[in-house]
Ligand binder design. Structure first.
Ligand code: G3P
Ligand code: MG
Length: 230
Protein backbone atom coordinates (compact mmCIF):
# COMPACT_ATOMS: atom_id res chain seq x y z
CA UNK A 1 0.00 0.00 0.00
CA UNK A 2 1.42 3.38 -1.02
CA UNK A 3 1.80 6.25 1.42
CA UNK A 4 1.34 9.83 0.25
CA UNK A 5 2.38 12.62 2.59
CA UNK A 6 -0.81 14.63 3.01
CA UNK A 7 -0.14 18.36 2.42
CA UNK A 8 3.48 17.19 2.72
CA UNK A 9 4.47 15.69 6.07
CA UNK A 10 1.99 18.11 7.62
CA UNK A 11 1.80 16.40 11.02
CA UNK A 12 5.33 17.56 11.74
CA UNK A 13 5.77 20.61 9.51
CA UNK A 14 3.55 23.51 8.39
CA UNK A 15 1.15 22.11 5.79
CA UNK A 16 1.84 22.59 2.08
CA UNK A 17 5.28 24.16 2.63
CA UNK A 18 8.68 23.20 1.26
CA UNK A 19 9.75 21.96 4.70
CA UNK A 20 6.72 19.63 4.77
CA UNK A 21 7.74 18.34 1.35
CA UNK A 22 11.33 17.94 2.48
CA UNK A 23 9.92 16.00 5.44
CA UNK A 24 8.12 13.71 3.02
CA UNK A 25 11.34 13.14 1.08
CA UNK A 26 13.21 11.99 4.18
CA UNK A 27 10.27 9.91 5.47
CA UNK A 28 10.46 7.41 2.60
CA UNK A 29 6.93 8.31 1.54
CA UNK A 30 5.95 7.07 -1.91
CA UNK A 31 4.55 10.44 -2.83
CA UNK A 32 3.23 13.82 -1.75
CA UNK A 33 -0.25 15.24 -1.94
CA UNK A 34 -0.40 19.03 -2.19
CA UNK A 35 -3.24 21.48 -2.82
CA UNK A 36 -3.07 23.90 -5.74
CA UNK A 37 -4.66 27.35 -5.99
CA UNK A 38 -4.40 29.95 -8.73
CA UNK A 39 -3.11 33.35 -7.69
CA UNK A 40 -2.96 36.45 -9.93
CA UNK A 41 0.01 35.34 -12.01
CA UNK A 42 0.96 31.80 -11.00
CA UNK A 43 -0.01 28.57 -9.21
CA UNK A 44 0.75 28.17 -5.52
CA UNK A 45 0.52 25.46 -2.91
CA UNK A 46 -2.22 26.27 -0.42
CA UNK A 47 -5.31 24.43 0.80
CA UNK A 48 -7.77 27.29 1.36
CA UNK A 49 -8.83 30.14 -0.91
CA UNK A 50 -8.57 32.36 2.18
CA UNK A 51 -5.13 33.11 3.56
CA UNK A 52 -5.91 33.55 7.23
CA UNK A 53 -6.05 29.94 8.53
CA UNK A 54 -2.54 28.89 7.56
CA UNK A 55 -0.64 32.11 6.80
CA UNK A 56 -0.01 35.60 8.15
CA UNK A 57 -1.90 37.05 5.15
CA UNK A 58 -5.50 38.20 4.83
CA UNK A 59 -8.04 37.96 2.03
CA UNK A 60 -8.13 35.67 -0.97
CA UNK A 61 -5.15 34.01 -2.60
CA UNK A 62 -6.48 35.01 -6.04
CA UNK A 63 -6.07 38.72 -5.18
CA UNK A 64 -2.28 38.46 -4.87
CA UNK A 65 0.68 37.79 -7.12
CA UNK A 66 3.03 34.93 -6.24
CA UNK A 67 5.71 37.46 -5.22
CA UNK A 68 3.27 39.15 -2.82
CA UNK A 69 2.17 35.80 -1.39
CA UNK A 70 5.80 34.81 -0.82
CA UNK A 71 6.06 37.61 1.77
CA UNK A 72 3.54 35.94 4.09
CA UNK A 73 4.47 33.44 6.78
CA UNK A 74 2.94 30.02 6.16
CA UNK A 75 4.18 28.74 9.54
CA UNK A 76 7.56 28.64 11.29
CA UNK A 77 8.91 31.25 8.88
CA UNK A 78 8.07 29.18 5.80
CA UNK A 79 6.80 30.86 2.62
CA UNK A 80 3.82 29.80 0.49
CA UNK A 81 5.56 27.81 -2.26
CA UNK A 82 4.87 28.16 -5.94
CA UNK A 83 4.18 24.92 -7.80
CA UNK A 84 7.42 25.48 -9.72
CA UNK A 85 9.41 25.52 -6.47
CA UNK A 86 7.90 22.14 -5.57
CA UNK A 87 8.86 20.65 -8.94
CA UNK A 88 12.39 22.03 -8.56
CA UNK A 89 12.70 20.54 -5.06
CA UNK A 90 11.17 17.11 -5.71
CA UNK A 91 12.31 16.51 -9.27
CA UNK A 92 11.67 12.88 -10.18
CA UNK A 93 12.17 11.51 -6.66
CA UNK A 94 8.53 11.07 -5.55
CA UNK A 95 5.06 10.67 -6.95
CA UNK A 96 3.30 14.03 -6.96
CA UNK A 97 -0.45 14.25 -6.41
CA UNK A 98 -1.63 17.73 -7.32
CA UNK A 99 -5.08 18.32 -5.87
CA UNK A 100 -6.68 21.14 -7.83
CA UNK A 101 -8.68 23.44 -5.57
CA UNK A 102 -9.66 26.73 -7.26
CA UNK A 103 -7.84 26.77 -10.60
CA UNK A 104 -9.95 28.66 -13.16
CA UNK A 105 -7.11 29.12 -15.67
CA UNK A 106 -6.54 25.42 -16.21
CA UNK A 107 -4.79 25.99 -19.56
CA UNK A 108 -2.06 27.96 -17.76
CA UNK A 109 -1.68 25.13 -15.25
CA UNK A 110 -1.28 22.59 -18.07
CA UNK A 111 1.29 24.87 -19.77
CA UNK A 112 3.34 24.87 -16.56
CA UNK A 113 3.18 21.07 -16.40
CA UNK A 114 4.17 20.76 -20.06
CA UNK A 115 7.20 23.04 -19.59
CA UNK A 116 8.40 20.88 -16.69
CA UNK A 117 7.85 17.70 -18.69
CA UNK A 118 9.69 19.17 -21.68
CA UNK A 119 12.77 20.10 -19.66
CA UNK A 120 12.56 16.75 -17.76
CA UNK A 121 12.25 18.35 -14.33
CA UNK A 122 9.40 15.87 -13.78
CA UNK A 123 7.99 12.84 -15.59
CA UNK A 124 4.39 12.24 -16.56
CA UNK A 125 4.32 8.84 -14.76
CA UNK A 126 4.92 10.43 -11.37
CA UNK A 127 2.01 12.88 -11.69
CA UNK A 128 -1.47 12.24 -10.37
CA UNK A 129 -3.93 15.10 -10.79
CA UNK A 130 -6.99 15.02 -8.54
CA UNK A 131 -9.92 17.22 -7.62
CA UNK A 132 -13.41 17.25 -6.17
CA UNK A 133 -14.23 19.31 -9.28
CA UNK A 134 -14.89 16.54 -11.81
CA UNK A 135 -15.66 18.77 -14.83
CA UNK A 136 -12.24 20.34 -14.23
CA UNK A 137 -10.64 16.88 -14.26
CA UNK A 138 -12.41 16.13 -17.53
CA UNK A 139 -10.78 19.24 -18.99
CA UNK A 140 -7.36 18.21 -17.65
CA UNK A 141 -7.72 14.83 -19.34
CA UNK A 142 -8.67 16.53 -22.63
CA UNK A 143 -5.67 18.87 -22.48
CA UNK A 144 -3.17 16.30 -21.22
CA UNK A 145 -4.45 12.80 -22.06
CA UNK A 146 -1.36 11.07 -20.65
CA UNK A 147 -1.98 12.49 -17.17
CA UNK A 148 -3.24 10.11 -14.49
CA UNK A 149 -6.45 11.39 -12.98
CA UNK A 150 -7.63 10.88 -9.40
CA UNK A 151 -11.36 11.40 -8.82
CA UNK A 152 -11.97 12.70 -5.31
CA UNK A 153 -15.17 12.04 -3.43
CA UNK A 154 -16.17 12.73 0.15
CA UNK A 155 -19.14 10.37 -0.02
CA UNK A 156 -20.37 7.19 -1.72
CA UNK A 157 -22.45 8.03 -4.78
CA UNK A 158 -25.29 5.63 -5.68
CA UNK A 159 -23.32 4.14 -8.51
CA UNK A 160 -20.22 3.79 -6.38
CA UNK A 161 -17.23 4.14 -8.67
CA UNK A 162 -18.88 4.69 -12.05
CA UNK A 163 -18.21 8.43 -12.19
CA UNK A 164 -14.47 7.82 -11.93
CA UNK A 165 -14.60 5.26 -14.70
CA UNK A 166 -16.52 7.78 -16.84
CA UNK A 167 -13.67 10.25 -16.24
CA UNK A 168 -11.14 7.68 -17.43
CA UNK A 169 -9.54 8.05 -14.03
CA UNK A 170 -6.59 6.11 -12.69
CA UNK A 171 -7.75 6.22 -9.09
CA UNK A 172 -10.57 7.07 -6.72
CA UNK A 173 -9.67 9.12 -3.65
CA UNK A 174 -12.21 8.57 -0.91
CA UNK A 175 -12.74 9.72 2.66
CA UNK A 176 -11.56 6.74 4.72
CA UNK A 177 -14.79 6.66 6.73
CA UNK A 178 -16.80 5.68 3.65
CA UNK A 179 -14.57 2.90 2.43
CA UNK A 180 -15.99 -0.61 2.72
CA UNK A 181 -15.60 -3.92 0.92
CA UNK A 182 -18.36 -3.22 -1.63
CA UNK A 183 -16.81 0.05 -2.61
CA UNK A 184 -13.30 -1.39 -2.98
CA UNK A 185 -14.58 -4.37 -4.98
CA UNK A 186 -16.66 -2.15 -7.27
CA UNK A 187 -13.66 0.09 -7.94
CA UNK A 188 -11.33 -2.84 -8.59
CA UNK A 189 -13.78 -4.38 -11.05
CA UNK A 190 -13.70 -1.13 -12.96
CA UNK A 191 -9.90 -1.14 -13.02
CA UNK A 192 -9.60 1.75 -10.57
CA UNK A 193 -7.14 2.12 -7.71
CA UNK A 194 -8.55 3.17 -4.34
CA UNK A 195 -6.73 5.73 -2.20
CA UNK A 196 -8.03 6.78 1.22
CA UNK A 197 -7.70 10.11 3.04
CA UNK A 198 -6.72 11.04 5.72
CA UNK A 199 -5.26 8.12 7.65
CA UNK A 200 -2.86 8.32 10.59
CA UNK A 201 -3.85 5.65 13.11
CA UNK A 202 -2.27 2.19 12.98
CA UNK A 203 -5.58 0.33 13.28
CA UNK A 204 -7.09 2.35 10.42
CA UNK A 205 -4.04 1.74 8.23
CA UNK A 206 -4.17 -2.00 8.89
CA UNK A 207 -7.92 -2.16 8.29
CA UNK A 208 -7.67 -0.36 4.94
CA UNK A 209 -4.80 -2.57 3.89
CA UNK A 210 -6.93 -5.65 4.69
CA UNK A 211 -9.69 -4.28 2.44
CA UNK A 212 -7.25 -4.06 -0.47
CA UNK A 213 -6.92 -0.27 -0.53
CA UNK A 214 -4.02 0.75 -2.78
CA UNK A 215 -2.82 3.87 -1.03
CA UNK A 216 -3.36 6.29 1.82
CA UNK A 217 -2.83 9.97 2.44
CA UNK A 218 -1.24 10.45 5.85
CA UNK A 219 -0.14 13.50 7.82
CA UNK A 220 2.55 11.28 9.39
CA UNK A 221 4.04 9.36 6.44
CA UNK A 222 7.13 8.21 8.34
CA UNK A 223 4.98 6.60 11.04
CA UNK A 224 2.61 5.13 8.43
CA UNK A 225 5.53 3.50 6.62
CA UNK A 226 6.71 1.98 9.91
CA UNK A 227 3.20 0.63 10.66
CA UNK A 228 3.10 -0.96 7.22
CA UNK A 229 6.51 -2.56 7.59
CA UNK A 230 5.71 -4.35 10.86
O1 G3P B 1 -6.51 14.69 -1.64
C1 G3P B 1 -6.97 14.12 -0.47
C2 G3P B 1 -7.41 15.16 0.54
O2 G3P B 1 -6.39 16.10 0.69
C3 G3P B 1 -8.70 15.84 0.17
O3 G3P B 1 -9.16 16.72 1.15
O4 G3P B 1 -9.45 18.91 2.25
O5 G3P B 1 -7.43 17.56 2.76
O6 G3P B 1 -7.66 18.65 0.54
P1 G3P B 1 -8.38 18.01 1.68
MG1 MG C 1 -5.83 17.92 -0.39
Amino acid sequence: MKVFAHRGASGNFPENTLSAIQGALVSQADGIEIDIQSCKDDFVVLHDIWLDRTTSGDGKVSDYTAAELAQFDAGQGEAIPSLQQVFDLVGTRLEINLELKTVPNIEGFIDLILRNLDDQTIRIEQLLISSFNHPLLKRVKELLPAARIGALTASIPLEYAKFAQDLNAFSLHVDREFINTDFVNDAKQRGLKVYAYTVDKQKDIEHLKSLGVDGIFSNYPCQAKIFLST
